[in-house]
Design a protein around this ligand. Structure first.
Ligand SMILES: Nc1nc2c(ncn2[C@@H]2O[C@H](COP(=O)(O)OP(=O)(O)OP(=O)(O)O)[C@@H](O)[C@H]2O)c(=O)[nH]1
Ligand SMILES: [Mg+2]
Length: 364
């Protein structure tokens, strides 16, 4: 029997028939719940209480359909990105769906940036990035949903909008942000988890003043490490950044965690790794060819047979650049009076882009 009720945590339509399908609730739980009371599906319950990884495979068509629906409805669109992963969590196609309406940008997880980072500068960086994409942005907020920093002023800025849609890539913290913005105002709690693909359908959170916040499922691009590596590795990639700076001699390799390696083609005077303190940074005489497993979505298991791909990065003398690596953070590389070349090795499909330095280097 199908129920026209949805899970308050992830938005899936509830049913009590197929335990492996999204939205399943054991019949005994349905029997105990009285009409209209919020229910959490079994998957959300397990995510919240046992931190079980999600097994749902999200499709980009479903995401486009969802964005199309958002574009058809009136309301403010808030694009949430991960401040440590701006490029890889950016939804390039969003303006196509939103049309002429301006977008509010929220760069979340500012608490992971190294202590002392200038938030004004980070806000400028996000603005510059949006401008470079020719986006019409009405405001940029840098926040931490978990530590509730910047959320009060964001709530104020949103207060005159009857409906607000929160859209973004998976795992950027949309549901955490909506929970933070509505804490003490409503009892509706969205499911939040460290694993990607948590929210499955749009969830409308009604506020007492008749306004609505709409949390949406995030897109999975597969270009961030956290979308591709097993659960235990995802947990290791979170947390505050504590930058580590090293020089590399020609031929030396810097292994950053279990999936990324930077190999010096020429001497590299200084590389600063902006990654979570839980990610190991090891300098070695040469690159190790050992690889840790990736999650193989198609077969529901792990794939140990993948081959790292190489991206050559070159920079002129005296240049300073960041190399952003999807789902990991970024490396800030300084050249002195010689040009620098290095190879970045990652799993296939992981976004590697260079950009002006966000923290290290001269502010532009
Ligand atoms: N450090 C830090 N972590 C955060 C912050 N906001 C969210 N997170 C964490 O990011 C992870 C993902 O959060 P969610 O709110 O589930 O992300 P989401 O964007 O709703 O993900 P989907 O539902 O899959 O689209 C969780 O482990 C959160 O605790 C933040 O401000 N700082
Ligand atoms: Mg969510």
């Amino acid at each position: 029997m199908e129920y026209a009720r949805t899970c308050q945590g992830c938005g899936a339509v509830l049913h009590d028939e197929h335990p492996t399908r999204e939205g399943y609730v054991p019949p005994s739980v349905f029997a105990r719940s009285h009409d209209g009371a919020p229910i959490t599906c079994q998957r959300c319950f397990r995510l919240l209480h046992y931190h079980k990884p999600s097994t749902v495979v999200a499709s980009s068509e479903a995401f486009s359909t969802m964005l199309h629906d958002v574009g058809q409805q009136s309301g403010l669109v808030v694009h949430v990105v991960d401040i440590a992963d701006c490029e890889a969590t950016w939804i390039d196609a969003l303006p196509r769906f939103v049309g002429e309406r301006p977008i509010v940008l929220v760069a979340n997880k500012m608490d992971v940036l190294p202590r002392g980072t200038s938030l004004t500068r980070m806000r400028d960086r996000v603005w510059q990035f949006a401008r470079a994409q020719s986006w019409r942005v009405s405001d940029v907020h840098v926040v931490s949903a978990v530590q509730r920093i910047g959320t009060a002023s964001l709530a104020q800025a949103l207060a005159r909008h009857a409906r607000v849609f929160f859209v973004g890539a998976t795992n950027v913290g949309k549901s955490t942000l909506v929970n933070a913005l509505t804490a003490g105002v409503t009892d509706h709690r969205l499911t939040v988890s460290a694993m990607p693909k948590t929210t499955l359908q749009a969830v409308h959170v009604a506020l007492p003043d008749a306004r609505t916040y709409v949390d949406t499922p995030g897109i999975v691009y597969g270009r961030r490490l956290i979308e591709r590596v097993p659960h235990a590795h995802v947990l290791r990639m979170r947390g505050e950044m504590r930058p580590v700076t090293l020089p590399l001699r020609s031929g030396q390799a810097l292994h950053i965690g279990d999936y990324v390696c930077c190999e010096a083609v020429s001497p590299v005077p200084s590389i600063t790794c902006y990654v979570a303190y839980t990610v190991s940074v090891r300098r070695q005489k040469q690159r190790s060819t050992h690889v840790a497993p990736l999650v193989d979505e198609a077969h529901g298991g792990e794939d140990v047979s993948w081959k790292p791909v190489r991206r050559r990065v070159t920079m002129p003398a005296r240049a300073v650049i960041d190399i952003a690596i999807g789902g990991l953070g970024w490396l800030c590389v300084h050249a002195d009076d010689q040009a620098v070349a290095l190879d970045v090795w990652t799993p296939p499909g992981i976004l590697v882009v260079d950009r002006p330095p966000w923290i290290g280097g001269k502010s532009t």
